[in-house]
Design a protein around this ligand. Structure first.
Ligand code: ATP
Ligand code: LTN
Length: 329
């Protein structure tokens, strides 16, 4: 029997944080043995907020290299750049015609991001419809993403079901696959908001490619509280976040981490968290350095991925065009 499809994408809108790593990237490689995995660099999503063209181009290739450094095998999985597969934009147009503006207005990511813009452009509102197309084009069963994307996956299910009902069964209705730990890593400076690569305060996040000393410094400065004891509790969100980071990198349960630090102070906790992060990221950083310099190989990977993605996506798009009544010769 054919393997079920796993699809996920990351935007090249900045350097990736350990939130992106623990909530998404670090889980992608393991899925390759049981699923047909498709991983995309969502550059079309990235331009929903203004990007410098040269930076976007560079970060797109950075992200391809990072996927490979995290263990994605570009021969086994499909690894490609979104804008190189035109079906994403084409399906988005069709799906826009059955998506309610009310529902798009209720997306929390849209509400958050639009607050930060002087002028809100249609692309930002339509962003989730492009994401729906990404997923539905490949008859995806599972979407591994962090908790912040749950609402977008619900929207994907709604739109798939609406299309299937209005026309006839066409799309697989996908499910979210969120990790048990690490699905929501919080800012080191304000544990009430998620860690985000676009945070203005550099101490709020740790980048996957941060040097060991930078990692140690940022964790030392992380906000904790005045309780003075290490508990895994919502009343101590800063400490809880550090335990989440520690247990995700160590691949243990947060309760086990809490027991480990039962008699520790915050200084000791922070040192151990920093070492766990440094150690966990070091193989990825090494591999990344090896691959990023090889432009020819990166280009080959992208071309090969886009060709295979286009082949799969065009099958779904043809079906959709036929069902909505477009003439096809
Ligand atoms: P931005 O922070 O710039 O708005 P983002 O990091 O949320 O962007 P992406 O780069 O597209 O957006 O996210 C890639 C993946 O990382 C998604 O699966 C998302 O759920 C996950 N992710 C992002 N931030 C976190 C976080 N703080 N904790 C866990 N997972 C996260
Ligand atoms: N919207 C996501 C990135 C993204 C995505 C996707 C994730 C774009 N297309 C398809 C999963 C499936 C984000 O901001 N994290």
């Amino acid at each position: 029997m054919d393997k079920k499809v796993v699809f996920s994408a990351i935007q090249p809108s900045g350097s990736l944080t350990i939130g992106n790593y623990l909530g998404a990237l670090s889980n992608f490689a393991d899925l390759q043995k049981d699923y047909q995995c498709i991983y995309c660099v969502a550059d079309m999503h990235a331009i929903t907020v203004q990007q410098k063209p040269a930076d976007l181009r560079r970060r797109t290739l950075d992200l391809i290299a990072l996927y490979v450094a995290c263990g994605i095998d570009p021969e086994e999985s499909l690894l490609y750049i979104q804008s190189q597969v035109p079906e994403h934009a084409e399906l988005t147009w069709v799906l826009n015609t059955i998506t309610s503006i009310g529902q798009l207005n209720r997306m929390t990511q849209f509400k958050d991001k639009s607050k930060k813009q002087k002028e809100v452009y249609a692309g930002l509102l339509n962003y989730p419809v492009l994401m729906v197309s990404d997923i539905l084009l490949y008859q995806t069963s599972y979407v591994p993403v962090g908790e912040d994307q749950r609402q977008h996956i619900e929207l994907t299910r709604d739109i798939a079901e609406r299309f299937n009902t209005r026309y006839s069964p066409t799309f697989t209705v996908p499910e979210i696959m969120a990790p048990k730990v690490g699905a929501r890593i919080m800012s080191l400076q304000n544990p009430a908001v998620k860690m985000s690569k676009s945070d203005a305060d550099e101490n709020a996040f740790i980048l996957i490619l941060d040097e060991p000393d930078v990692i140690r410094r940022k964790i030392k400065r992380a906000v904790t509280d005045s309780v003075g004891e290490v508990h895994y509790s919502d009343e101590q969100p800063g400490v809880k976040n550090l335990l989440d980071i520690y247990s995700s990198f160590k691949k243990i349960d947060p309760d086990e981490a809490e027991r480990e630090f039962a008699s520790a102070g915050y200084g000791e906790l922070k040192e151990c968290v920093a070492e766990a992060v440094v150690e966990g990221l070091s193989p990825v950083q090494e591999k990344y350095k090896e691959i990023r310099g090889d432009k020819k190989e990166l280009e080959r990977i992208c071309r090969h991925g886009a060709e295979r993605a286009h082949y799969m996506a065009s099958k779904t798009l043809k079906k959709v065009y036929r069902k909505v009544g477009f003439v096809q010769f």
